[in-house]
Design a protein around this ligand. Structure first.
Ligand SMILES: O=P(O)(O)OC[C@H]1O[C@H](OP(=O)(O)OP(=O)(O)O)[C@H](O)[C@@H]1O
Ligand code: HPA
Length: 180
C-alpha cells in the first residue's frame, strides 16, 4: 500500500489520478447533456476546487463562463463551525444557470452557506458539482447536489486540491488518513 506523510499525519492511497480523471470525464458528459442550449456559470469554491475545476471544465464543450469565490472553515482535520467568506462573488448572477464546483462536501456547512448567498442573488437555477461527498458526515439537507464524483467514507482525505493544514493540495492522487 502506497503511504505518504503530510506534517504529523500518515496517509494511504485512496483514489488514483486515473480513476479521478475517468470519473470527471463522465461528469463532463452529463453536464454537456443537461446544459445543452444553455450558458452556465461555473462558480469554483477556492481553494480546494482549483484542480477539479480545471479538469472538469476541459470536459465541458458547451458555451460557459467561470468564476471563483473563496471561503474557509477548516482548521486541521475539523470544521471550525464557521464559514468565513474571504472573496465574494464578483459577477452579477441574476438569471444565470449556476453550477457550484466543490472539491468535497463533508458536513455540508460550507455549501449551505454558499447556496444561501447565491440564491439571494436570484439566479435562474443552482446545482452543485462536487468531486467528493461524505454521506455519513452530512449535517445539513442539501437538495441541489446533482453531480457527485465519489461517495466516500467519513475519513479525512488529502490531495488533488484537498489540504491538511495547507499541505498536500499538489498531490495528483487522493489519500486517506490511516488513523483519526
Ligand atoms: O462540508 P464542510 O464540512 O463545510 O467541508 C467542505 C469544505 O471544506 C473545505 O474547505 P476549507 O474550509 O478547508 O477551505 P479550502 O478549500 O481553502 O481548503 C472544502 O474545500 C469545502 O469547501
Ligand atoms: O476530508 C477532508 N480533507 C480535506 N479538506 C476537507 N474539508 C472538509 N473535509 C475535508
Amino acid at each position: 500500500m502506497h503511504k505518504i506523510q503530510v506534517e504529523d499525519k500518515e496517509f494511504e492511497i485512496f483514489l488514483d489520478n486515473d480513476i479521478i480523471n475517468k470519473r470527471i470525464r463522465l461528469m463532463g458528459i452529463q453536464l454537456n447533456v443537461d446544459y445543452e442550449d444553455k450558458c452556465p456559470l461555473f462558480v469554483g469554491v477556492l481553494n480546494g476546487s482549483f484542480l477539479f475545476m480545471a479538469d472538469l471544465i476541459k470536459e465541458v464543450n458547451i458555451p460557459c463562463e467561470i468564476t471563483f469565490m473563496r471561503v474557509a472553515s477548516y482548521e486541521g482535520t475539523s470544521s471550525s463551525g464557521q464559514v468565513k467568506e474571504l472573496i465574494g462573488l464578483p459577477t452579477n448572477i441574476e438569471g444565470r444557470d449556476i453550477i457550484i464546483v466543490e472539491d468535497i462536501v463533508d458536513t455540508g456547512l460550507t455549501l449551505t452557506h454558499i447556496l444561501k448567498t447565491i440564491k439571494e442573488k436570484n439566479p435562474a437555477s443552482v446545482k452543485v458539482a462536487s468531486l467528493l461527498l461524505k454521506p455519513a458526515a452530512l449535517k445539513y439537507d442539501i437538495d441541489d447536489l446533482e453531480y457527485i464524483g465519489f461517495e466516500i467514507p467519513n475519513e479525512f482525505v488529502v490531495g488533488y486540491g484537498l489540504d491538511y493544514n495547507g499541505l498536500g493540495r499538489n498531490l495528483i492522487d487522493i489519500y486517506r488518513a490511516t488513523e483519526a
